[in-house]
Design a protein around this ligand. Structure first.
Ligand code: TXA
Ligand code: MG
Length: 317
């Protein structure tokens, strides 16, 4: 176990983070969605260390983070619909899965040997400063041990990965709170993972509905298996919790809830609180106690929230 540096959100912290990335180190950094675990996407050994640090059971393909659309064009080909979405929503919580350009230099471990690459241009100013300072593509899965709740604060990163990574750049709390929305272009534009950008906004931009992802091969990790899971058990759609359950409310009318995702039923606020509240309830839960979650409407950011909740409630391995 080595020491994990906590870096300050200023030019000095960013410069140190970029230096560590250039040395092949793992550096967690804030994005507007969740903290990412960064590594040089061109460095096979650095990318391999990500899987080792997270304890990922297999080599899922990772998202490559870049500072802007121009940098993205050097790595992937943009079909017209992808161009439109990038123009409208980058920087922001949207990931596009695109044909990988020959000679782009991305480690095959980062793409799991596929001929496509997932690309995201994050909006968080510290993330963009870091990407510019580093000057290359950075892979960044969420900075948590595999299968556990994603981190929305630097302290969460240290709880899960402290001693296993070189540093965390502390940018405070992530405002969106759930991972980016992923859209693929193998045929019609397809929603591969609901996330921080509502699918409705994407459909309005395209002027057409997104295709639904069929099958579960390369979709977000383990479609039906446990993921984003706290230690405590999770039960969903609960309007009347058992006396011994910890109730996670949504909206008004959840009197007696231990915590509420959003008292006034705001889905944006609920997404920002989701992982935070799951961690807090997990810390409160005594052995064998269950977290019971109130129903959350399945539109806008509610789709991403329900997706993560279903995985948190899925049977554990
Ligand atoms: O908000 C986010 O997207 C965060 C922050 C840190 O940027 N990152 C994140 O990364 O959630 P990760 O590794 O947890 O999720 C990457 C997802 C995986 O579910 C993977 O299956 C999918 O992207 N993915 C990556 N490359 C792909 C590809 N070529 N084809 C299909 N899916 C891909
Ligand atoms: Mg993750």
């Amino acid at each position: 176990m080595s020491h994990t540096e906590t870096l300050t959100p200023d030019a000095r912290g960013v410069a140190r983070a970029a230096e560590l990335l250039a040395q092949g180190g793992l550096v967690a950094f804030p994005t507007e969605t969740v903290y990412g675990l960064g590594a040089d996407a061109r460095n096979d050994a650095a990318v391999a260390r990500i899987f080792e640090a997270k304890g990922r059971p297999r080599f899922n393909p990772l998202i490559v983070h870049l500072p802007d659309l121009d940098a993205a064009r050097a790595i992937a080909d943009f079909p017209p619909e992808a161009e439109r979405l990038a123009d409208a929503f980058w920087p922001g919580p949207l990931t596009l899965v695109l044909p990988l350009r020959a000679g782009a230099g991305i480690s095959p471990l980062a793409t799991a040997g596929l001929d496509t690459v997932a690309i995201r241009v994050p909006e968080n100013p510290l993330a963009r400063d870091l990407l510019r300072a580093f000057g290359g593509p950075v892979v960044g899965p969420s900075a948590n041990p595999s299968g556990k709740v994603s981190p929305t604060e630097a302290g969460h990163v240290l709880e899960g990965l402290g001693g296993r990574i070189a540093a965390v750049l502390d940018g405070g709390r992530c405002p969106v709170g759930v991972e980016s929305t992923i859209v693929g272009f193998d045929g019609a534009p397809t929603l591969l993972r609901p996330g921080g950008l509502p699918a409705e906004a994407i459909e309005a931009c395209l002027g057409a509905p997104l295709a639904a992802h069929q099958g579960m091969t390369l979709n977000a990790p383990g479609q039906l298996s446990s993921h984003y899971a706290p230690g405590a058990g999770v039960r969903l759609e609960v309007t009347a919790p058992e006396a011994d359950e910890l109730w996670l409310g949504f909206g008004p009318g959840c009197a007696g809830a231990a915590l509420n995702l959003s008292e006034n039923g705001d889905l944006v606020e609920a997404a920002a609180n989701l992982f935070h509240h799951l961690r807090a309830l997990d810390a409160m839960a005594v052995e064998g106690q269950t977290i019971a979650v109130a129903p959350v409407p399945d539109h806008g950011l509610g789709r991403a929230i329900n997706d993560r909740l279903r995985r948190a409630a899925a049977p554990r391995p």
